[in-house]
Structures are given as C-alpha cells and as structure tokens.
Write a protein of this length. Structure first.
Length: 330
C-alpha cells in the first residue's frame, strides 16, 4: 500500500467504497488524513468503516471542512449530468479527484522533476488490459519490480511503495487507465503513455466523441525521457487530417514531427529555428513538461484548422518564443 500524504491533517471525503475507494481510505488514513466516506451499499460501508473512515451520508457531510472529494470512477462527473455529490463539492470549492491523482501526487508530486519511480500508463478503447499485462510481464521477466494495477487487478494505491522489493529490483508502475480515471487525475504525468486505439465508447459519460478522445489524449500529450529527449504522440486522425497534410502544415509552423529531420540552423552559433519532435530532440533540450505541453497546444491549434493563416501565425510566434527562451549554444 502507498500512503497518501497529500492531505495530511486535513479532511477528505470519499464517495464510493468499492476497490478504488477502499484503497483510497487505507492510503489517506495511513498518511494522516481524516476520512469521511459513504456508499449506498451497506457491505461496502462496513468495509470502509473497518479501514478507518467515518461513515456519513454525503448530504450530511461538513462541506466547509472538506478539502477534496475522492470520487469513484463509476460516478458521473459531467455527463449525462453531474451526480449530486459532485454539485455539492463544486459549490464548496473542494477538489474533485480520484485515487489515481492521489497516487500521482505521491509518486511524482512535481511534474517537472523525476518521480520516485517510473510510471507507464496505458489506455485505449480496446486492448489496454492485454497490453498492460504484457508490458508488466516483460518488465518482471527482465528483473524489474513491475507493479501492475489501476483499472486492472489492484487499485493504484494498493500497489507496493517504490523500491520495497526485497531483492532490490527497480520499481516500475504499469497502470491500465480508463477514461473515467484519467478524467479524475489532472496531475498524472506518466513517463511513458500508450494509447492502444480509439473508437466510440462511453459517449454517454463524456458527451461527445471529441471529449472522449481528448481525455484519452491527456496521457499521450507528452512522453518525456528526461531533459535531453522528448517524444510527442500526435493523433491526427481525431482531427480528420491526413498524416502528410499534418506534416506539411506543422512544417510551415516550424514544428517538425519527422524524427529524421533536424530543423535548426547549421551556421554558427547553431541557434534553433524550430521545434523538432523526436528522440533525441535537439531543439527541445532543456524543455520541461510545461514547455512540451505548450508545444502540444500549438500543434492542436494548427491541426484544428489546417487552412487558417491566423492559427499558423500564432503557432509560429509560439515556436519563436519557446526557442528564444532556451538558447542552446550561447
């Protein structure tokens, strides 16, 4: 179990005491948090009480004292309509997050720095469970301590803490992530994000295919390999743009997605004139997660309307600002 200290000495409410909710109760109590909880199931409530939660119907919660609501992934956050407990939390200005967000804050509290252990997050409409199990099996076979969980097997907070393996093996977290879990984990920044595939699913919970795709894409906007290497996945199909067309318009915005092309001036002092996405990414060296996310926003702006001169000009300005911020060869 991974103790969660993000809300130590504060009060957190948990709605839903199934697998993820019980894991959150244990982790928060172990981290010094007062936990109030509720579930419509009397059996689930009994289990939550045994783990140290104070049981109370959510309409009776002292919202003025609650710092965060830990919501079960199965409870509607936005569509078809927010659950009543979500509306109460919004009015109380309490954070609405899930157990994966607690995990993220514990393992990698600062997204601009390396976490306590690498995290591989895997999502997709189909195939994510198989991919997660396979990646975990390969890592374990190679001598790593692969902790596998999330939407498969154990909840994330029930996994072992980093480097607790008696053999001293390096811990790597391999997480299967549903769209519901991603939606409740705004701070999750995996070291590797994998999107297996994407097709219409759970539209009743996300409203539109665009919303569903955007949530899945959160894991894949940045896959960072440290300060010297960045790789970004660009899903052009969700934009209705062909690959060649996307490559052309991004080149015009001084963003080169072809890893074999290096868009920087060859004359001294080798000042970057564009952003290259690939590995190693010469002109993104030194970029933090925040800068790489800005690149993602620039790309999205261009691909949203490939014929817009305004979007192209805005992307060029953004690229210029970023490259000036990081002179490589002063």
């Amino acid at each position: 179990m991974i103790p969660s200290r993000a809300f130590a000495n504060r009060t957190v409410a948990i709605f839903g005491l199934a697998r993820t909710g019980l894991g959150a109760v244990r982790a928060l109590v172990a981290g010094g948090t007062k936990v109030i909880a509720w579930d419509d199931s009397s059996t689930a409530r009994d289990l939550g009480g045994q783990e140290g939660a104070e049981l109370m119907p959510w309409r009776e919660w002292p919202w003025e004292k609650i710092s965060a609501l830990i919501l079960s992934p199965g409870v509607p956050l936005t569509h078809p309509a927010p659950h009543g407990v979500v509306e109460h939390a919004n009015r109380a200005k309490a954070q609405i997050i899930g157990d994966v967000e607690l995990f993220a804050r514990e393992i990698r509290g600062n997204p601009d720095q390396a976490g306590k252990a690498p995290v591989i997050a895997i999502t997709g409409t189909n195939g994510k469970s198989t991919t997660t199990a396979l990646v975990g099996h390969i890592l374990n076979s190679c001598g790593f301590d692969a902790q596998i969980g999330g939407n498969i097997g154990k909840s994330v907070l029930e996994l072992a803490p980093p480097f607790s393996n008696k053999n001293g093996a390096k811990t790597i977290y391999v997480l299967e992530m549903s769209s519901f879990q991603i939606d409740l984990a705004p701070g999750l920044t995996p070291d590797v994000g994998i999107l297996s595939n994407l097709s219409p699913d759970h539209i009743d919970r996300h409203g539109t295919m665009e919303n569903y795709a955007a949530i899945k894409a959160r894991l894949n906007i940045v896959i960072s390999g440290g300060t010297d290497s960045h790789v970004m996945l660009i899903d052009v199909f969700a934009k209705g743009v062909k690959g060649k067309e996307a490559e052309k318009v991004l080149d015009e915005a001084y963003i080169t997605a072809n890893k074999n092309a290096i868009p920087f001036d060859t004359n001294p002092p080798l000042n970057p004139s564009g952003i290259r996405l690939g590995s190693p990414a010469v002109t993104t060296r030194g970029f933090r997660e925040t800068e790489m996310k800005e690149v993602g926003r620039l790309i999205a702006g261009v691909l949203n309307d490939v014929k817009s001169e305004q979007a192209l000009a805005q992307a060029r300005r953004g690229v210029a600002e970023l490259t000036q911020k990081f002179p490589l060869y002063a």
